[in-house]
Design a protein around this ligand. Structure first.
Ligand SMILES: [Zn+2]
Length: 371
């Protein structure tokens, strides 16, 4: 398998990619954005992120502004404060006038995209920042973050939270707590998208049963194609089919190809298509979308591994752990996203299927959950 290169993207793929509303439901630009902010860099989004997203034809991103650990909360262990700081950064940039719009409903997304702006949904990876005070099961934090614009929450990061067990806590098999079930019910009622990435099998099944609305698994692969314990079993995939949810396909090699370090050839979207094929066979292409999980920004080596540890380890705390580039070899950056379309067309998916996988399915899900 050799690389296609951007020059190898056909006119048909270019046109289809451009015509499609491309949704990336799991973005991590805030890892680096927050560092630019601390350095006093002006016009951060327009200078560093808009050009890559525009070149990649990406119209909508759900960007993580907080959650479970310091690396997603502006490098502070005061998770609430760090999340508020990151929301404040984006709000101030938006007020000044920028090429993005923070959207709080599917309709606002459509308006922003039609106006040529990049639509941003505020997301949490892990819900610890919304746990509230100890010994009290209060939904005050959830509702308060909702009022600030938060619209999607991945309930767990790696480890156990007050809501459910994450994949790092596979030993206890405790699943979802009563507080967690109430949290999901309130998210459904408010109009928020429930994200079931990083859950243990039991937490996942409890949560999907609890949700009265379709869910997302924002960034993941499938066990059948790569037996990483974080990936989806066939039972989970079928449950998503019954629920009407959507699975976001990512660019992270560890969840795409098992023991990828041993593989001597380039790892590309063709490998992701093995996952896509499997989901399509089980529940249909209408349940597939993109959640690229791109975190390999220039100013940082890697902090994602610290946040999403292997099972048996605790939620990470440290940042800047040096790591080789663990993104796919192709596409290797957000601006190379048109290659995703080229790979899927070459593999035999129809124009309609590709368009829906690029964003149509995710937009349908957002209309059903965020209004
Ligand atoms: Zn993750």
């Amino acid at each position: 398998m050799s690389l296609i290169g951007l020059d190898g993207v056909s006119e048909r793929a270019k046109k289809l990619h451009e015509e499609s509303v491309v949704v990336d439901i799991h973005n991590h630009m805030m890892f680096e954005y927050a560092i630019h902010e601390a350095l006093g860099t002006p016009d951060i989004f327009d200078t560093y992120y808009a050009p890559a997203l525009k070149a990649g034809g990406i119209d909508v991103i759900a960007t993580s502004v907080g959650g479970n650990s310091p690396c997603v909360c502006n490098l502070t262990d005061d998770l609430v404060h760090g999340s508020l700081e990151q929301i404040d950064m984006l709000r101030r940039a938006e007020e000044k006038g920028s090429s993005f719009a923070i959207c709080e409903s599917a309709q606002e997304i459509e308006v922003a995209v039609a106006a040529g702006k990049i639509a941003i949904l505020l997301a949490f990876e892990g819900a610890r920042a919304a746990e509230g005070i100890e010994n009290e099961e209060s939904l005050v934090m959830l509702r308060s973050f909702y009022r600030l614009g938060l619209r999607t929450i991945c309930i767990v990061g790696g480890a156990r939270t007050r809501f459910a067990d994450g994949m790092g806590e596979a030993r206890a098999e405790a699943g979802m707590t009563t507080f967690g079930l109430r949290f999901i019910e309130e998210m459904n009622r408010l109009g928020m998208l429930v994200d079931l990435t990083h859950m243990t099998e039991r937490s996942f099944m409890d949560s999907i049963e609890a949700s009265s609305k379709p869910v997302v698994v924002s960034h993941i692969g499938v066990q059948a194609a790569c037996p990483n314990p974080n990936n989806l079993s066939d039972e989970r995939i079928k449950a998503i089919g019954r629920n009407g949810g959507v699975i976001g396909m990512e660019m992270v090699k560890t969840e795409i190809l098992w023991e990828y370090e041993k593989y001597k050839r380039p790892i590309t979207w063709e490998h992701v298509i093995r996952h896509i094929d499997h989901i399509a066979e089980l529940i249909g292409t209408e349940h597939i979308g993109l959640g690229l999980d791109f975190d390999h920004f220039k100013m940082i080596d890697n902090i994602h591994r610290a946040m999403c540890p292997a099972p048996g380890t605790i939620e990470g705390f440290y940042t800047g752990i040096p790591k080789e580039n663990h993104m796919l070899d192709e596409p290797n950056d957000l601006w190379e996203a048109p290659l995703i379309t080229e790979y899927m067309l070459r593999h035999g998916y129809s124009d309609y299927e590709v368009k829906m996988i690029l964003g149509g399915n995710m937009m349908r899900l957002l209309k059903e959950t965020i209004w």
